[in-house]
Write a protein that binds this ligand. Structure first.
Ligand code: 1HE
Length: 264
């Protein structure tokens, strides 16, 4: 039986090498309060210590309605800054931690919910998912890393439109705009996310670490700096004992060959 824990706002379950983190405040559409952020931080740390990949999903009808607006209404500017910086820390632990995270999205993926999803490495949406950044309508601004991460996924022009006009993107539009890498039938996002997380979990740990840490950073570098860093990361991963074993497994025909998707 998998270990299941409930840290208040989240459920936690280990399924083989994959930790499942469930946002669990469905009566408030998984809106993220300060205490909720801390619960996420706790289970993310736990997942990193005992799993090789993780899935984040939402209990109830929606993935996440973003920032808890009721709590935010009473905050001063400096409390807002501190709160936003804490979201940055926790979401950066997801983006730049030790293991790959896959988010399984359905229903509302809005505001801070989209920012959370954007900090994961792979996003799987079912066809009920919709995406919005209603910060303009609420009189606020993104504060969970959206101007950095969501803008990089969508491009500034699309994000500008969503923020200024409150435009809601359907799941299909989200896929077309590169917000999500997978689009699946309703109710199947978590299983698909698990399947992908299991595959990622079977990679060499050093490769996953290099992919998670080097790939996004290289995008922020100049072309020449990026190419140099790539060579070093490539050489370090390729000379690990695990790489040697995996390369031999391929050369000595012990592992399956790649095939076109329709031939598998
Ligand atoms: C909330 C929140 C919330 C729901 N904070 N309480 N996010 C938003 O602007 C999205 C606001 N939420 C919605 O548009 C809708 O609630 C949903 C589309 C997500 C779901 O609709 P629905 O009809 O299923 O639920 P509901 O009736 O609107 O909400 C159920 C309850 O959840 C209700 O509380 P109740 O006490 O009346 O039962 C809602 O008030 C509550 N609820 N969403 C607080 N977000 C780090 S900066 C990030 C900035 C942002 O994230 S801005 C975007 C905020």
């Amino acid at each position: 039986m998998p270990a299941v824990a409930n840290a208040g706002f989240v459920t936690y379950e280990l399924r083989g090498p994959v930790a499942h983190i469930g946002l669990n405040r469905p009566e408030k559409r998984n809106a993220i309060s300060d205490a909720f952020v801390e619960a996420i931080a706790e289970v993310v740390a736990r997942a990193e210590s005992e799993a090789r990949a993780a899935v984040i999903y939402g209990h109830g009808g929606h993935f996440c309605a973003g920032l808890d607006l009721a709590e935010h209404v009473t905050k001063s500017a400096i409390e807002g800054v501190r709160g936003s910086r804490r979201w940055h820390e926790v979401f950066s632990k997801i983006e730049f931690g030790a293991i790959p995270f896959v988010s399984a999205l359905h229903g509302a993926v809005v505001g801070g919910g989209l920012e959370l999803a954007a900090s994961t490495h792979i996003r799987v949406a079912d066809r009920t998912a919709f995406f919005a950044l209603p910060e303009g309508q609420r009189g606020i601004f993104v504060g969970g890393g959206g101007s950095v991460r969501v803008a990089r996924l969508l491009g500034t022009a699309r994000m500008m439109d969503m923020m200024l006009t409150g435009r809601v993107l359907s799941a299909e539009e989200g896929e077309r705009c590169s917000l999500v890498q997978y689009l699946v039938e309703p109710g199947t996002a978590r299983e698909k996310a698990h399947e992908l997380a299991e595959i990622a979990a079977s990679n060499a740990e050093i490769s996953n670490y290099a992919i998670i840490h080097a790939l996004p950073r290289i995008q922020d570098m100049s072309k020449e700096d990026g190419l140099l860093v790539e060579s070093f990361v490539s050489a370090i991963t390729a000379t690990s004992p695990e790489a040697e074993k995996r390369l031999r497994d391929f050369l000595e025909k012990r592992v399956a060959r790649l095939r076109a998707p329709d031939q598998t």
